[in-house]
Design a binder for this molecule. Structure first.
Ligand SMILES: NC(=O)c1ccc[n+]([C@@H]2O[C@H](COP(=O)([O-])OP(=O)(O)OC[C@H]3O[C@@H](n4cnc5c(N)ncnc54)[C@H](O)[C@@H]3O)[C@@H](O)[C@H]2O)c1
Ligand SMILES: O=C(O)C[C@H](O)C(=O)O
Length: 356
């Protein structure tokens, strides 16, 4: 971020980022229009969304465009970014929006970003596991991360593409190979599990979900999603029946949406909400706000596994502290063992794919 830049410097920087998206925007009048627009831009962070024309990408782009901490928003996809960009750019909020289409514009999309959010890749259909997406999404994530390593090596990366349990290790390997790996800047987004847990627990307790805080640790698939109901705030002692119901619903929340959508994809709107909540936490931390704690799937020493989701404290450098799990009850300890077994295999699968 360059909050101290004067208007002319800001315009110069923004102009340097102008892309011919937009080959249809290359004529002089359009460039003048873009410069006018840029003059209104406020100082703030530069955010790129990769997969911006998708089911998650579009509402996420809209919500990020509404975030006052964002001054530049780059929307990248292999299809449809001119339309999405034109649409979103008409919103009367501060961020200046640029669209980028296809692999040849990936590097321009990624140059100089503070935060890169990745919802690119195929979603599940009924009957599939997230791991069934590996064959397609692993390659997509690898290519995008190669671009990040080259053009935005210092950016915080929020990785949404499934299977997150494997795509985060893939990203780490790509960054290691490029010599740019900073474990504090790579975060797998498990926020939707927390959002669901807060919602479902609030339903059971008859509370407003905004007043509920459930830590969800482990990973982002089936039994690896481990809600720590013993640590819920406000404290509550659930019955064994409530624990079974809630654990099952939280672990299978994604499948609940996939089945309800009946072949039309997986969670997009609640995911965009969760992604922007998480991205906003990262941006506030980058700004220097203190005490920002969220659950995320990160490089970790909390267990013997190299990656694990738990509460982390965010700061200017990304993850500044990874918190231990705290006291677990017997039910949660058994869940943790199951989660670790599946996670170990998913991590290994990602690492060996990236090293091939
Ligand atoms: N982490 C989570 O909690 C969570 C939640 C929901 C969905 N997801 C995952 O997010 C991903 C996206 O879901 P969706 O519903 O938005 O899918 P979608 O198919 O609607 O959108 C995906 C977008 O990615 C784009 N894309 C494909 N290949 C690309 C590439 N090489 N570069 C850039 N963009 C590319 C597509 O063109 C499309 O616009 C899926 O893998 C899904 O499983 C994760
Ligand atoms: O379930 C899915 O496939 C998408 C996502 O991971 C979710 O939890 O909704």
């Amino acid at each position: 971020m360059q909050p101290s830049l004067d208007v002319n410097q800001r315009i110069a920087r923004i102009s340097a980022h102008l892309q011919p998206l937009n080959s249809q925007m290359e004529d002089g009048s359009n460039l003048r229009r873009v410069n006018c627009r840029a003059k209104g831009g406020s100082p703030g962070f530069k955010v790129a969304i990769l997969g911006a024309a998708g089911g998650i990408g579009q509402p996420l782009a809209m919500l990020i465009k509404m975030n006052p901490l964002v001054s530049i928003l780059h929307l990248y996809d292999v299809v449809n970014t001119p339309g999405v960009t034109a649409d979103i750019s008409h919103m009367d909020t501060g961020a200046v929006v640029r669209g980028f289409l296809g692999k040849e514009q990936l590097e321009d999309a990624l140059t100089g970003m503070d935060l890169v959010i990745i919802p690119a890749g195929v979603p599940r259909k009924p009957g599939m596991t997230r791991d069934d997406l590996f064959n397609i999404n692993a390659g997509i994530v690898k290519t995008l991360c190669e671009g990040i390593a080259k053009c935005s090596p210092k950016a915080i990366v929020n990785l949404i593409s499934n299977p997150v349990n494997s795509t985060v290790p893939i990203a780490a390997e790509v960054f290691k190979k490029a010599g740019t790996f900073d474990p504090n800047r790579l975060l797998g987004v498990t926020m939707l599990d927390v959002v669901r847990a807060n919602t479902f627990v609030a339903e059971v307790l008859g509370l407003d979900p905004r007043d509920v805080d459930v830590p969800v640790v482990g990973g982002h698939a089936g039994v690896t999603i481990l809600p720590l109901l013993s640590q819920v705030k406000p404290p509550y002692s659930f019955t064994p029946k409530e624990i079974d119901y809630l654990t099952d619903r939280i672990q299978n929340g994604g499948t609940e949406v996939v089945e309800a959508k009946a072949g039309a994809g997986s969670a997009t709107l609640s995911m965009a909400y969760a992604a922007v909540k998480f991205a906003d936490a990262c941006l506030r931390a980058l700004r220097g706000d203190a005490g920002i704690v969220q659950c995320a799937y990160v490089a970790s020493q909390v267990t013997e596994l190299p990656f694990f989701s738990s509460k982390v404290r965010l700061g200017r450098g990304g993850v500044e502290e990874v918190y231990a799990l705290g006291p677990l009850n017997e039910y949660e300890r058994a869940g943790l063992e199951k989660a670790k077994k599946e996670l170990a295999a998913s991590i290994e699968k990602g690492v060996s794919f990236a090293r091939k």
